[in-house]
Design a protein around this ligand. Structure first.
Ligand code: PLP
Length: 297
């Protein structure tokens, strides 16, 4: 079960709005319609350890990781359990419906229990029936997730030429892998999709088991109201970006990241001659929860 890594492209974006900066987009969204983008890289090392066991993992009602794990388990023919944060909603999100359609059994647990177990490897206290399952922590975080994310930049032949590498941040696992893979003179910028998640920087340091030098920053200013929320200026901007670049973005992560990149360009953050690599971490199926017709794609 290998998604189409040969389908990854690096697309150059040009236009007046770039004000002379160079922008390339690493299209990880192309590797698979469901196990897309960074999710495949984070799951990879976990799946290598799965064998014939079932998979149990953690996520919220809009988690791309939950859908990706459900799909990966179905492709392997092993059972899969999704432990979902919070009470069961009266109407399931498209994400939950899709995960369920791949055979994932959904278990809704209170936020307190969820937070207690989301990073544990032994979750028999939560459900004794899961003793033989391989437990993947929330969002595929943890060392195997970081190791997998480190491989993302292997798909960029000329990676040393970039001055800045930007990516969207949820748990911080992907950006942790990127930080490991870059050279010290390259700047890494992580655009957080959450509102005021100010603990992220130290969580990423905890994942890397070291403090991070000055070449990394988490940007908190482009959350558009919070995780999986948006104001109308976001889909409008994503349509504009699609018209100029032909690159579709998702509204939870990559749309906010790219909006932030262009805003920083406008503000003159990037010095003349900057070469920016933006990682398109996928997640396009999440756009299905937007009202129809809002996006031009
Ligand atoms: C899950 C996800 C992220 C966040 O990745 P983390 O490793 O949790 O920081 C970013 N972009 C997309 C499209 C995602 O689905």
């Amino acid at each position: 079960m290998i998604p189409g890594l040969e389908d990854i492209t690096i697309d150059n974006v040009t236009g007046e709005a770039l004000a002379g900066a160079e922008l390339d987009v690493l299209r990880l969204d192309k590797i698979h319609p469901v196990i897309s983008g960074n999710k495949w890289f984070k799951l990879k090392a976990y799946l290598e350890q799965t064998g014939q066991r079932g998979i149990a993992t953690f996520g919220g009602a809009f988690s791309n990781h939950i859908v990706a794990a459900a799909c990966a388990a179905q492709m392997r023919g092993v059972p899969c359990v999704g432990i979902i944060r919070g009470e069961e909603p009266p109407v399931w999100s498209d994400t939950l419906k899709e995960a369920h359609s791949y055979g994932m059994r959904l278990v809704f647990v209170s936020r307190t229990l969820y937070n207690r177990y989301k990073r544990q490897t032994d979750i028999t206290g939560l459900d004794p029936g899961l003793a033989d399952y391989q437990v993947i922590p929330e969002g595929g975080t943890g060392e195997p997730g970081v190791t997998g994310a480190e491989e993302i930049l292997h798909h960029v032949p000329d990676r040393d030429k970039y001055t800045h590498i930007v990516t969207a941040v949820g748990t911080g696992t992907t950006v942790a892998g990127i930080i490991r893979a870059v050279s010290p003179n390259q700047q890494v910028l992580g655009f957080s999709s959450m509102k005021n998640n100010k603990g992220l920087h130290s969580e990423i340091e905890a994942l890397l088991l070291r403090s991070i030098s000055s070449n990394f920053r988490v940007v908190h200013d482009y959350h558009f109201g919070g995780y999986a929320r948006y104001t109308n200026s976001l889909p409008e901007w994503m349509n504009w970006f699609y018209h100029m670049s032909k690159i579709p973005l998702d509204f939870v992560y990559t749309g906010k990241m790219m909006f932030g990149v262009f805003d920083w360009i406008r503000q003159g953050y990037f010095p003349a001659g900057s070469k920016i690599l933006a990682i398109h971490s996928g997640g396009l199926q999440g756009n299905r929860s937007l009202p129809e017709g809002l996006l031009a794609y």
